[in-house]
Design a protein around this ligand. Structure first.
Ligand code: SF4
Length: 459
């Protein structure tokens, strides 16, 4: 196994942890190696080995040739203490520490008032498959984990939000839920985004939250399904969060099917996991995305996976726009301006103009949230601006619905529309988001011509 890189900041939020080991130390799998300095969660070594380097942002461990299946157990305590000790953070997004999310610091007053634990099992980003695979493998543990979290948070009810396309998984859950009146499941449509916290609240509880409001405003906590499993493992097996489930997919030798890896040691490299999936397709690739195609980030081969990494997607190659002017439409659902600019550069385009959807409200931390998800205000004005600025192309990151709105006027104005997920969707054999209205199956043979020239549907 390659050297393991345990980042001191495992999620997007919080402060880096402080190492409690030194170079030369021998560490065991599951041993605590870094502790929080502020908002954060414990970091444990995912392998047995030797610490060979400590930098500002990571601890690098050379793994022993033989790895044990066992791990150093966290010490016993209350269920909440064990979730905290295990270093559990959200495994479906920003990586917020779970013990803070489900506990408000007052033992006599839970964070919810007879509220709801909403389990996000939507696996919303297209092409991912590891969350559903985990539920398929052990639906009972999901329910047990929900009860632990419900007890801590003060929830009377649990709801599993899952896309209705996962029929077999739903049948397995339904068979168990017959005997569990405290938990039900809610079926979601197969559109993006369904996994955003406010979308889960809206779908499950019928409550529309303002962009600056958290699910707690609807007396609920939204928690990713894999995170629930990690809580159950911490409580039942005294297991720290050292392994991650992950989907590797795209321009991989052998086809575009999802490679689902369960229990991958945190800190393994992107390159090693692509190799284990079969290696790169000989036709080449464009970029590697860590996470989903909408909200993930471009990464390097040597980058390590973290507790919050859900996927590694290898995209099709970029076409060469030969310096053409590209307008960027920033939506709350997709990449931020920095990510969109990076894509324009990779397409060898020139940023001609930038517009923001008027409902993509800016939050105090600089991120954007949609004011009225699924209710697009129309994009004609933005398209006119792109046209006026002399843009030949536009690149968008909009959700399914709003992409349709862009497509309703952009091509008529002569704008060639690209979606930020196009190259990933082509690589995983998923219909393109800018053509979903007339969705046809994407030809998985990459002889399909990139259709951006004329905005026709890929077929
Ligand atoms: S309305 Fe549509 S395009 Fe605008 S921010 Fe919301 S999802 Fe994005």
């Amino acid at each position: 196994m390659e050297n393991i890189q345990m980042l001191l900041k495992q999620g997007a939020v919080g402060k880096p942890c402080a190492p409690i080991v030194a170079v030369g130390d021998k560490v065991k799998r599951g041993q605590l190696i870094a502790t929080p300095t502020g908002l954060g969660a414990n970091v444990h070594s995912s392998v047995a080995g030797e610490v060979i380097e400590i930098t500002d942002d990571r601890i690098i461990i050379k793994p022993n040739a033989k790895q044990p299946k066992t791990f150093v157990k966290i010490k016993k305590g209350s269920n909440l203490e064990m979730i905290k000790e295990a270093g559990i953070i959200g495994q479906g997004g920003a990586g917020f520490p779970t013990f803070i999310k489900i506990y408000n610091g007052k033992e006599d007053k839970p964070v919810l008032d007879h509220g709801y634990i909403l389990v996000n099992a939507s696996e919303c980003e297209p092409g991912l498959a590891h969350n559903i695979a985990q539920i398929d493998a052990d639906p009972e543990m999901l329910l047990r984990g929900m009860h632990y979290v419900m007890d801590i948070a003060g929830a009377d009810k649990g709801i599993i939000a899952i896309k209705k396309k996962h029929r077999e998984t739903i049948e397995k859950l339904d068979a168990l839920l017959k005997d569990d009146p405290a938990i039900e499941r809610h079926l979601l449509p197969d559109i993006y985004p369904m996994g955003e916290e406010r979308a889960v609240v809206r779908e499950c509880l019928g409550i529309e939250l303002e962009p600056d409001k958290l699910p707690s405003a609807a007396n609920s906590v939204v928690i990713n399904s894999e995170t629930v499993y990690s809580c159950a493992k911490a409580i039942e097996e005294q297991k720290p969060l050292i392994d991650k489930n992950i989907t590797v997919r795209g321009m991989i030798k052998g086809g575009s099917e999802a490679h689902v890896f369960m229990d991958v040691p945190v800190g393994r490299s992107v390159e090693a996991l692509i190799e284990e999936a079969g290696g790169f397709d000989e036709r080449g690739y464009g970029e590697i995305i860590m996470g989903g195609s909408f909200t993930g980030k471009a990464c390097e081969l040597g980058d390590p996976i973290t507790k919050a990494t859900g996927a590694i997607l290898v995209t099709r190659q970029f076409r060469d726009l030969k310096g053409a002017k590209v307008g960027i439409l920033v939506c709350a659902c997709g990449g931020n301006l920095e990510r969109m600019e990076d894509l324009v550069k990779k397409y060898n385009g020139t940023v001609g103009h930038v517009c923001y959807c008027k409902q993509a409200a800016e939050m105090p931390n600089g991120s954007r949230k949609c004011e009225r998800p699924g209710n697009c205000p129309g994009q004609v004005k933005n398209n006119l601006e792109f046209k006026k600025a002399g843009c030949e192309y536009i690149i968008i990151g909009n959700c399914s619905d709003c992409s349709n709105t862009v497509m309703a006027s952009g091509p008529k104005m002569g704008l060639k529309v690209m979606h930020m997920t196009d190259l990933a969707m082509m690589a995983v054999g998923h219909p393109l988001y800018r053509t979903l209205k007339v969705s046809k199956k994407v030809d998985q043979d990459l002889n399909v011509v990139d259709n951006v020239e004329d905005n026709e549907t890929v077929e």
